[in-house]
Design a protein around this ligand. Structure first.
Ligand code: NAD
Length: 484
């Protein structure tokens, strides 16, 4: 670990403005953005007034995009190319606001380019269907056609801090591809990448009416974003508490809610333990453990648990963490000091209840070390609730029945990872886990930006994200029939 609280780099402070249909609007009241590693002020973003939000939503509702499929393809491809060309600079901006290390943020920028590539290509695909009507004895010589149309009203998009660019682009790119209009409210903790991607999209030719970005105090502006008659759909990624607040508030709006996770890796006795431990480490510590699909519980069959834990400890110790701007680091900080203090607290609580600390639990400001806890029991807070940080709690189990019961025993149901080569086990786990995905011999977070993604139970309503699914949910389906 390197020294903390030394000014990491000399950055001039950025003073952001709202983007209301492309217009830059400054406000006297601001929110400060601080670099989590050094605590230094790196930017201010405006606190939008209620009137700003109303204006952004009204413009979005009233605007009717005339962009052809080819236009949308060109805009998204161009924006993706700009992002790819400015990868290092954008990665540094995300590191500055989030404390994520450069390895993580460079990876994130690459993912964001993929999202735009997939959305651009999907804009070219006509997803209409044709149904012949002379299929039964009482049929007719007609055809029913389907047509996907953008929503009449605006889309409200609200995003979390953990992937400041990728969470945002997963909502904007499918909206652009389907000719919708979005008002985005990114996390106040990491708002800078959101403003930057809006500018890149405008530069790539997006009509500014199709995207506004607002930041502010949720207590002042969130309800307007959720309840305004100008809004048809709310797409939200974030924690369960706010997700359920939105579910109750945004009455008669279409709701896409991608909430928290408590994803397990299950390691069976036949597993390649070297591979399992490598997956466990990358699944647990990448992005400082702040992924909805990070591995938050390690369920290991008792007969191989000692060897697995030995490898896990070895690989955890090998991880370099510290100054997020040091390119050699594998992990930077978590989002802020209160988050790190919370991890320390739940880990200490587990130790007091009999868990064994093998590595870590060292905190310095917002820097929290990769931490391995053995002999954790399912009822301990560190695994019963979502621990959104670099903690690896190992739970030992005897039988597959027991493992399945433990996995299904929390409120969450996002994703999962299974290490085995036995088809009978794979079959049971795929069928019996109450989750949105199962990845065999891969981390729970593995996916393409295009494939369906999302959870059930407290992790979400079962409507998926990923470019294809988001495009579907952002459209109204109209049918029309013709007499031939
Ligand atoms: P959060 O729920 O605290 O905040 C998310 C967003 O909601 C922020 O933009 C915040 O300003 C906004 N918000 C705050 N109050 C609001 C209100 N009353 N109405 C509407 N919006 C309001 O989440 P976070 O701490 O930024 O992110 C971490 C959480 O996100 C974790 O639980 C994580 O698992 C989850 N997450 C889920 C997914 C997924 O796809 N399932 C992906 C990433 C993160």
């Amino acid at each position: 670990m390197s020294a903390v609280f030394a000014p990491a780099k000399s950055h001039s402070v950025i003073h952001e403005s709202l983007r209301i249909a492309g217009e830059k609007v400054a406000r006297d009241r601001v929110i400060e953005v601080r670099h989590p590693y050094s605590g230094e002020l790196v930017a201010t973003v405006p606190k939008a007034m209620l009137e700003d939000v109303k204006r952004a939503l009204r413009i979005a509702r009233d605007y009717r995009s005339k962009l052809t499929r080819h236009d949308r393809y060109r805009i998204l491809m161009k924006a993706g190319e700009i992002v790819a060309a400015r990868r290092d600079e954008i990665a540094r901006l995300i590191t500055l606001e989030s404390g994520l290390c450069l390895k993580d943020t460079q990876y994130e920028v690459g993912r964001a380019s993929d999202v735009m590539l997939f959305a651009a290509n999907q804009a070219l695909v006509d997803d209409g269907q044709v149904f012949s009507c002379d299929l039964t004895a009482h049929g007719k010589s007609r055809k029913v056609y389907t047509l996907k149309e953008p929503l009449l009203g605006a889309i409200t998009a609200i995003t979390p801090f953990n992937h400041p660019l990728n969470q945002v682009i997963h909502k904007i790119a499918p909206a652009v591809a389907t000719n919708n209009r979005v008002v985005l409210k990114p996390s106040e903790k990491t708002p800078l990448a959101a403003y930057l991607i809006a500018d890149i999209l405008y530069e790539a030719g997006l009509p500014p009416e199709m995207l506004s970005v607002v930041t502010g105090d949720p207590a002042e502006i969130a309800d307007e974003l959720l309840t305004s008659p100008d809004v048809d759909l709310v797409t939200f990624t974030g924690g369960v508490t706010i997700g359920k607040y939105i579910a109750a508030k945004a009455v008669y709006k279409r709701q896409i809610l991608e909430l928290g996770g408590n994803d397990p890796i299950i390691v069976m006795e036949d597993a390649d333990l070297e591979e399992a431990a490598t997956l466990a480490v990358s699944g647990s510590y990448k992005n400082s453990g702040q992924r909805c699909t990070a591995i938050k519980r390690m369920l290991v069959q008792e007969s191989v648990a000692d060897r697995f834990v030995e490898l896990l400890v070895q690989k955890t110790r090998a991880l370099k963490y510290g100054d997020p701007f040091d390119p050699a680091m594998d992990m930077g900080t978590v989002i802020d000091e209160p988050a790190a203090i919370h991890f320390e607290k739940v880990v200490n609580e587990a130790i007091a209840q009999g868990a064994k600390l093998l590595v870590g639990n060292v905190r310095c400001g917002a820097l929290y070390s990769p931490t391995v806890l053995d002999h954790v029991r399912p009822e301990m807070t560190v695994v019963r609730e979502e621990t959104f940080g670099p903690v690896s709690p190992v739970i030992r189990f005897k039988t597959l029945d027991e493992a399945i019961q433990i996995v299904n025993g929390t409120a969450y149901g996002l994703s999962s990872s299974l290490c085995t080569n036995r088809l009978d086990i794979i079959t049971r786990v795929v069928q019996e886990l109450h989750v949105g995905s199962v990845n065999v011999r891969e981390v729970p977070g593995y996916r393409l930006e295009m494939t369906p993604f999302g959870g059930i139970k407290d992790s979400g309503l079962g409507y998926k994200e990923g470019v294809l699914e988001a495009m579907k949910s952002f459209c109204n389906s109209k049918t029309y029939s013709l007499p031939w």
